[in-house]
Design a protein around this ligand. Structure first.
Ligand SMILES: Nc1ncnc2c1ncn2[C@@H]1O[C@H](COP(=O)(O)OP(=O)(O)O)[C@@H](O)[C@H]1O
Ligand SMILES: [Mg+2]
Length: 247
């Protein structure tokens, strides 16, 4: 059973005041083709300020406030998605354990059960328990990378707020073994959401090394998310599968 993994970047679900309701509404309407789809989303402005504060004070473990900020965005997104299709939220805090910032255990049975019952599972970047650091943030990008390896996935997409990965002022059509070191060695600025989990560079590092092709495309362009789910071209940057796993 082949599946599609789609991440909706926090940058297109939120704005400076929090959840961007009109954008969330538009995106929810574009997700019509949910056949064997696993949806992941980021936190954007909801959660990153909390995570920032939290990571600065290691002794005070304010897990709840960070989780609350991201799960609130998840609930709002699901409120709109559930108008279109049956959905279920999956909170990493309850099903993931990390080891020094990386996911080591993830009970994916809930995802498999949702898919078997034709229910769309919606997972989000979250704070989780960590065996070394007590707790850490796992990004939607890391979740995508993990699930692409664990689920039988044939399509991976990351919808964000730019047209793809820029190099020398132009959007790259693809990232391959030929240009990966140049891509990794250029300077990146954090996006407008002040992403604490690595921004565009973090995304590329998570996707490079997958055995399936993935595409970073502009999800703020109306219709693109629907086009991706329908198998139509969306432009963006394709990250080719690679055998070089270690960066
Ligand atoms: N070379 C680059 N190419 C594309 N985007 C870049 C680049 N360098 C920095 N960025 C920033 O990365 C942002 C996307 O990352 P992020 O904010 O983490 O998005 P998301 O919410 O989708 O995870 C873009 O808005 C852009 O400003
Ligand atoms: Mg991000």
């Amino acid at each position: 059973m082949n599946k599609t993994l789609l991440k909706i970047g926090g940058s297109i679900l939120t704005n400076k005041t929090g959840a961007d309701i009109s954008s969330i509404k538009r995106i929810a309407k574009e997700i019509t083709n949910k056949n064997k789809l696993v949806l992941v989303h980021g936190a954007g402005y909801c959660g990153h300020p909390e995570a920032d504060r939290l990571l600065g004070k290691s002794e005070i473990c304010d897990i709840y406030n960070t989780h609350r900020a991201v799960s609130k965005l998840n609930s709002i997104f699901l409120d709109f998605l559930s108008d279109e299709i049956p959905v279920v939220p999956i909170h990493p805090l309850n099903v993931v354990i990390a080891n020094d910032g990386r996911i080591t255990a993830f009970d994916i049975n809930c995802i498999k059960n949702a898919l078997e019952n034709d229910i769309l599972p919606v997972i989000h970047g979250d704070i989780v328990f960590d065996r070394v650091r007590k707790f850490c943030i796992v990004s939607g990008d890391q979740i995508i990378s993990y699930l692409a390896r664990r689920l039988d996935v044939d399509k991976v997409g990351l919808a964000t707020d730019v047209d793809g990965v820029y190099l020398d002022g132009k959007v790259l059509e693809e990232i391959t073994e030929k240009n990966i070191s140049k891509v990794l060695n250029q300077d990146y600025h954090l996006g407008k959401t002040h992403d604490v989990t690595g921004g565009m560079l973090g995304k590329i590092k998570e996707l490079w090394g997958l055995s399936v092709e993935s595409v970073i495309f502009n999800g703020s362009t109306v219709g693109n998310i629907n086009r991706f789910l329908s198998g139509e071209p969306v432009g963006g940057t394709i990250i080719k599968p690679s055998r070089i796993e270690d960066l």
